[in-house]
Design a protein around this ligand. Structure first.
Ligand code: SIN
Length: 492
């Protein structure tokens, strides 16, 4: 048994010292009025840092700074914008260990996952550095001999980027990198649970040479004054948000007043289909990776695992054995695979979902309860005898809970998989090439993992159908979200 990590000492070493401040117009500043709020460590509940509790005045100052910086940044030649992005990526990788430790302290995920997330964040800066250099226009044959039609792609303008707590560096990188690549200036608002990773990324942007006002980072406990200010201001031309579908619906309403563009990465309810002809070992490994990464707190994680009857028992036994072997604990400890949930509300939701399922007849193969460690730790859980009416099958649990549901025919699996208003990610395992195409085409989801439990990557368009969102992040599509199309009709 290894010696338990002293999280307090680690925290003092990496986040102690200089206080965290907001980044507005190139200056590090406290909130107007001086208020602050605490950020805690979900593994221990201990205070990690105080950060400024920004309000309306801070949001207005950030919009003014971003608007003032816009003309020069939009006019900066693309290779120079790309070079800045590459420097940010290099700094992320150079400081990977420190940044990963801060992420684990504020978010809870195992250190190995935090290291992976820093590399994932850096990959968006690298990818969009390349995209910055490929913002091509068009010429279109005109209908009159004395005319020429030219199409330009120009930055949208000032953008507001609102990011979640589950991937505090990567989700910001996935928005900020294309925004900067396109020539936009940004006001970033990280989730109140995990602002430190965003402030650290802001520091790297400044160090890499981002001019004042190009990247602004605001922290606040109550997002309402921030969003009221952002949505009322005509200078903010776009909002990109990752979070719940409930909040996404509100933002759609709010955007009407000033007709802002929106990109929304919202909730999911991912189905994971395992067919009789699947490679069982690969399917179990894919389900483990998809389900238990970040303690099940990802929008793309397998929420419902449908297994064809012929392979059901073997899959359930192998998957349960691996889930039983997961080590739960403080993510700073090397052997830990599953960290804490983010807060008490997350624990209560998991408790409610598992409680309702077991009361309705679901059987617990593994786990089924909070961890004996106490606090915000939940034991990885595998449930069988689940039916489609249960909360675990209808709603995103956002925790380490895997409900298994048998099916008989391909068409039954597709019908059950699509029976949801969400459409972010779906997965399936089969060795039948015809089925690969039939099922991939039949699933009403924006991201399909076909024999792949970890499809997220900077090169591919990430986003959902139905109530899982609008727009795409990553890939060559990701930069389009930050570009306007303008055409010039030129008379000769
Ligand atoms: C998410 O949970 O929204 C993002 C996960 C990912 O990028 O893989």
């Amino acid at each position: 048994m290894s010696t338990p990590i002293d999280s307090g000492a680690v925290a003092a070493a990496v986040v102690g010292g200089a206080p965290y401040l907001q980044l507005i117009g190139g200056e590090w500043c406290p909130a107007t009025g001086g208020a602050s709020f605490p950020v805690d460590n979900p593994a221990t509940g201990a205070l990690l840092a105080e950060v400024p509790d920004g309000g309306v005045a801070d949001a207005r100052a950030a919009v003014a700074a971003a608007a003032a910086a816009l003309p020069a940044w939009a006019a900066t030649p693309a290779p120079q914008r790309a070079a800045l992005l590459r420097r940010v990526a290099a700094l992320l990788l150079e400081r990977q260990e420190r940044l990963a430790t801060i992420m684990t302290l504020e978010q809870g995920k195992p250190l190995a996952e935090s290291r992976g997330e820093i590399a994932y964040a850096a990959s968006f800066f690298v990818w969009f550095a390349g995209e910055a250099e490929r913002i091509y226009g068009q010429t279109i044959p005109a209908s009159a001999a004395n005319k020429r039609i030219l199409v330009l792609r120009q930055p949208v303008g000032v953008v507001a980027l609102i990011t979640p707590w589950n991937f505090p560096a990567a989700m910001l990188a996935r928005k900020l990198a294309p925004a900067l690549a396109a020539g936009c200036t940004a006001i970033c608002k990280p989730a109140e649970q995990t602002p430190l990773s965003a402030l650290e990324l802001g520091r790297l942007c400044v160090e890499a040479g981002a001019p004042p006002g190009v990247v602004n980072i605001l922290t606040c406990q109550d997002p309402i004054p921030f969003s009221d200010t952002i949505f009322a201001d005509q200078r903010v031309r776009k909002v990109s948000f990752t979070g719940s579908t409930e909040v996404g619906r509100l933002l759609i309403q709010r955007s009407a007043a000033t007709v802002k563009r929106l990109s929304l990465e919202l909730g999911g309810n991912a189905p994971f289909l395992v067919f009789d002809d699947a490679d069982l070992g690969a399917a179990v490994a894919g389900a483990m990776a998809s389900k238990f990464r970040n303690a099940g707190q990802t929008c793309v994680c397998a929420n419902r695992i449908f297994v064809q009857r012929g392979i059901y028992e073997r899959f359930a036994q192998d998957f349960a054995a691996q889930a039983r072997g997961l080590a739960v604990g403080n993510g700073l400890e090397a052997e830990v695979n599953v960290g804490p949930l983010i807060d008490a509300a997350a624990m209560a939701k998991v408790q409610r979902h598992v409680g309702e399922a077991t009361a309705g007849g679901a059987q617990v193969l593994v786990g089924g309860a909070a961890s004996p460690l106490g606090g915000r730790f939940w034991t990885p859980t595998v449930l069988t005898n689940v039916d489609a009416t249960m909360l675990v099958a209808r709603e995103e649990t956002f925790g380490p809970v895997a409900p298994l549901i048998p099916f008989d025919r391909e068409e039954d699996a597709l019908r059950m998989a699509n029976a949801t208003n969400y459409g972010l990610a779906a997965y399936f395992y089969t060795r039948d090439v015809g089925r690969v195409f039939r099922v991939a085409e039949g699933l009403e989801y924006g991201i399909i993992g076909a024999n792949d439990g970890s499809p997220s990557t900077a090169q591919a368009p990430f986003g959902g159908l139905k109530q899982s969102g609008l727009g795409r992040e990553g890939g060559s599509h990701g930069i389009d979200e930050y570009l306007e199309v303008k055409y010039i009709s030129l008379g000769l």
